[in-house]
Design a binder for this molecule. Structure first.
Ligand SMILES: C[S@@+](CC[C@H](N)C(=O)[O-])C[C@H]1O[C@@H](n2cnc3c(N)ncnc32)[C@H](O)[C@@H]1O
Ligand code: SF4
Length: 378
């Protein structure tokens, strides 16, 4: 039996946030029923291939999975449970937006076996939320969080963002403190990336965006990290923090370069030494799946040397770094034989350390991780 994870993409949102370039639409709700059927049909196309796989984690992401009726999520997960072999300790995450939950939905999620909820909070400052196009206010976060706890969800993540236009260090720290005070088990804390084509990007190009200076943004990151560590959170990946035992199993699959299957619009997969991705065109996706064709738009063979590159590129983002023993076991060669020069160069720069067991980023390296990452690409 092989372990496998499944990612399911739900591309519907109420409104497009100003920073977001994920595959998501605010004007396609009429496609929800067809799309949800297509997801089941797409899974059927893989069924035969997956008879010797055990599903360890499922991640329902988006978009905003919580905008659609809970019955679709229940039905889809039921279809997966009925057709694939499922691990006893299956982790099932759903992404939700504050303000899109009600008790009935939360109860259905519980019945459907969902045991981890990831809430896109971004900030507890209402003005900031409005300025980045969020539909919710801080009160919606408290309300959704209370509902989830009342229905006995015991593993909740909050996504927070730093480096937003007009955001101060105090804003960032007070949002992190708010999430900690609520008692969430996991926090993902992302620095804003200005993605081409987004509203914020266009504002930036016009010189209309008041972004924090780079030093200030780095200070936000380090102060938030120090605070979370002080509060007992394990900083386990550049942007991720968890109370002990609550690290996200699904994300670890990505960072450890383990196999996963992505279902739905624009989703990516890594299986059988291949990376492949689906079309991002809704009509094309539905039509292909209806005709029993895989909706794959592109694929790339991952040979030994690209697997080594990816293993390092993803592994270095983990705070524990690239485990040298695992590297040797997986690729049958010492990491120093492949990357000796690069490792030495970045140890000298002060960006990484080699503690005998692993190669990992230093505090300075956390800020300049991209310099290390590019060097792993041969
Ligand atoms: C698919 S979205 C989350 C789900 C949900 N739709 C929501 O927004 O609440 C995943 C997370 O990525 C982060 N994110 C999205 N776009 C980003 C960007 N341009 N820069 C940094 N973080 C971003 C946000 O924190 C967001 O919550
Ligand atoms: S951040 Fe989330 S809610 Fe906002 S547009 Fe992107 S996917 Fe939708």
């Amino acid at each position: 039996m092989k372990d496998l994870s499944i990612y399911i993409h739900i591309p519907f949102c109420i409104q497009k946030c100003y920073y977001c370039d994920f595959t998501s639409f605010s004007n396609m709700n009429d496609k929800i029923p067809k799309y949800m059927n297509s997801l089941k049909a797409e899974l059927n196309l893989y069924k035969e291939k997956l008879t010797d796989s055990t599903i360890r984690t499922i991640f329902i992401g988006g978009g905003t999975p919580s905008v659609i009726d809970g019955k679709y999520i229940y039905d889809l997960l039921g279809h997966i449970y009925n057709n694939l072999k499922i691990a006893k300790d299956l982790e099932v995450t759903i992404e939700v937006n504050p303000g899109t939950l009600d008790r009935e939905k939360v109860k259905i999620y519980k019945e459907a076996g969902i045991n981890r909820v990831s809430m896109g909070v971004q900030s507890f400052n209402n003005e900031l939320l409005k300025s980045i196009g969020r539909i919710h206010k801080a009160d919606h976060v408290y309300e959704s969080y209370r509902l989830l706890r009342e229905e006995k969800f015991e593993n909740i993540n909050m996504d927070l963002m730093s480096g937003l236009p007009g955001q101060t260090l105090e804003d960032v720290l007070s949002s992190v403190k708010e999430a900690v005070d609520l008692g969430v088990e996991h926090i993902s804390h992302y620095s804003l990336i200005l993605e081409e084509g987004t509203h914020l990007y266009n504002q930036y190009k016009k010189g209309k965006l008041n972004l924090p200076e780079e030093d200030e943004e780095r200070l936000m990151y380090h102060r938030a990290t120090d605070y979370l560590i002080k509060k007992g959170y394990n900083h386990y990946e550049i942007s991720n923090y968890a109370l002990p035992g609550f690290e996200c199993g699904h994300n670890l699959v990505y960072w450890d370069l383990m196999p996963y299957l992505g279902l739905g619009l624009g989703s990516h997969s890594y299986m059988d030494n291949k990376r492949f991705y689906n079309t991002s065109n809704m009509l094309d996706y539905i039509e292909k799946v209806e005709k029993k064709f895989l909706p794959i738009e592109g694929e790339e063979e991952i040979n030994l040397s690209s697997a080594i590159e990816e293993f390092c590129l993803l592994g270095i983002r983990k705070i524990n770094g690239i485990d040298k023993g695992q590297f040797k076991m997986r690729f049958n060669v010492e990491i120093e034989n492949i990357y000796g020069d690069i490792i030495n160069k970045h140890i000298k720069n002060g960006l990484i350390i080699d503690n005998g067991k692993a190669i990992k980023l230093t505090r300075k390296g956390l800020d300049l991780s991209n310099l290390v990452e590019v060097d792993f690409l041969k």
